[in-house]
Design a protein around this ligand. Structure first.
Ligand code: MN
Length: 474
């Protein structure tokens, strides 16, 4: 097997199979624009559209979205058409594209990874159908850009009802107008995902007389994405595991005078060699004197992690750093323990501020008389010491499902970040000198369950003793 397998890797679009006891290889004319089980068996399983998520789950997502839509509108409206464009290819400069990142909503509903595509979901007499419009096969372009799935490939890959070339979208929508009336269009008008499709085809369709109104489907989708399925939880665990392990390597390689860009590059490398496709965002790497604060996470098969750690490049916390750090760690751990069904992010923010108020008095960061006398002033001081929120929802996007209120009670299956911080300006003469210029944040990713919360980033060390032990291994 070894020799032919090696040869195979040159032809990543070949399909090979076993027949009558012999292994035969055939160079197929059938190409796909993304990994499939026949070409990438090490990456993707049977029946999966994207690694870890199978056709049935994608189908279920489309079905529950359509059911939601029908349920939430008046019975008199029978016809619904939902339009979800993919991301477009964006160029840095002549012929040089930015790394492609699929639009999240489009990916969540189709699993299709090619740019310049559109997913249409529409109610029919006996239910609904899903129609994918995809880039036309083009051997000349594919030579440079890599293979495309084409219309027939897209159907077998994703399991949608039908697929066409994206050039045919205009004709398709035109035909829809002619054969339907009193229909509702579900489309994100305020922030068109794909400007070309929006200008050239979709806005024309929206002007047609037959439609009743245009609704934004984003909130419904965010509500669905908020609670993760078992398959999604598995992917969330993996993306958090990768970033946690990468952080340990980054800590271990850091030393006095290390540049921020070296830490960035190390994080990027350690995440990618563990299977992540890309970092989830440009890492925040901030050196404040002897401490480095790094906020970084990765994206693994469409799911993101988001971790922050703060550590001393010398390998040892100073007594003042340790005091502040332990105070913040106490707060962070108390908040993590509170992540239970029924609690909201807004409540967790209030809890963070209260815990912080107590701590900064104990640490003599602010005279206790101020706290008692002037509540407004105290609030201002607290907001200066921690000017950001306690956390956010996490999933396919880093700041996931942003249309969901922070007053929404947590539910099992939701993933959030818990990230209190404590930042003391070097110019803050109100606090003892030894604390000035210290900035600390500790951020974990937490899965809500019926019982105790699960810290998905638990393998990323956060206790000072643990961090110092790792730094001692250098
Ligand atoms: Mn975060």
């Amino acid at each position: 097997m070894a020799a032919p397998m090696k040869k195979m890797s040159k032809f990543r679009n070949c399909i090979y199979w076993k027949s009558q006891g012999t292994v035969s290889f055939t160079l197929f004319k059938r190409y796909f624009g993304q990994p499939i089980v026949q070409t990438h068996p090490h990456l993707i399983g049977q029946d999966e559209v994207t690694p870890g998520i199978n056709k049935q789950e994608y189908q279920q997502r489309r079905t529950s979205l359509i059911s939601n839509v029908v349920e939430k509108t008046a019975e008199s409206i029978r016809n619904h058409i939902m339009i979800f464009p993919s991301a477009s290819k964006v160029y840095m400069t002549y012929d040089i594209p930015y790394p492609f990142r699929q639009n999240t909503e489009f990916l969540y509903l189709s699993g299709f990874q090619e740019p310049d595509s559109v997913l249409v979901l529409q109610t029919t007499e006996n239910g609904y159908k899903s129609v994918l419009f995809v880039p036309k096969r083009d051997p000349d372009r594919e030579l440079w850009d890599g293979p495309r799935s084409g219309d027939t490939g897209a159907v077998s890959l994703t399991g949608v009802s039908e697929a066409h070339n994206s050039d045919d979208l205009e004709k398709y929508l035109h035909n829809y107008c002619k054969t339907h009336c009193d229909y509702l269009v579900w489309y994100s008008m305020t922030k068109p995902v794909h400007l070309n499709f929006h200008k050239s085809v979709i806005s024309e369709f929206l002007k047609q007389e037959g439609r009743k109104s245009i609704q934004n489907p984003i909130q419904l989708l965010h509500q669905m994405r908020l609670v993760k399925s078992q398959a999604e939880i598995k992917l969330m665990k993996k993306t958090c595991q990768i970033a946690s392990e990468a952080f340990v390597d980054v800590m271990r390689c850091s030393h006095a005078n290390i540049s921020e860009s070296t830490l960035y590059a190390k994080m990027d490398y350690e995440c990618r060699v563990r299977g992540a496709e890309i970092l989830a965002y440009p890492p925040v790497v901030a050196g404040a004197g002897e401490l480095v604060l790094m906020d970084a996470g990765c994206e693994y098969h469409g799911y993101t992690s988001d971790i922050t750690r703060t550590w001393p490049v010398s390998g040892k916390f100073t007594p003042a750093q340790r005091r502040l750090y332990l105070a913040l760690l106490d707060i962070q751990e108390a908040l993590v323990t509170s992540c239970r069904p029924g609690v909201t992010l807004a409540e967790l923010y209030q809890a963070m501020m209260q815990l912080l108020a107590v701590r900064i008095i104990l640490l003599d960061l602010v005279p206790s008389s101020t706290m008692a006398k002037d509540e407004l002033k105290m609030k201002k001081i607290l907001c200066e010491l921690c000017p950001h929120d306690v956390g956010h929802y996490l999933g396919m996007d880093v700041h996931d499902t942003p249309s969901v209120s922070k007053n929404r009670p947590l539910e099992p299956g939701m993933v959030i970040t818990i990230e209190p911080g404590l930042y003391i300006k070097s110019t803050n003469t109100m606090v003892p000198e030894e604390y000035r210029g210290i900035g600390i944040r500790i951020e974990d990713n937490v899965l809500i369950t019926e019982g105790d919360p699960i810290v998905l980033t638990a393998d990323c060390p956060k206790h000072p003793d643990h961090i110092e032990a790792i730094m001692a291994q250098r």
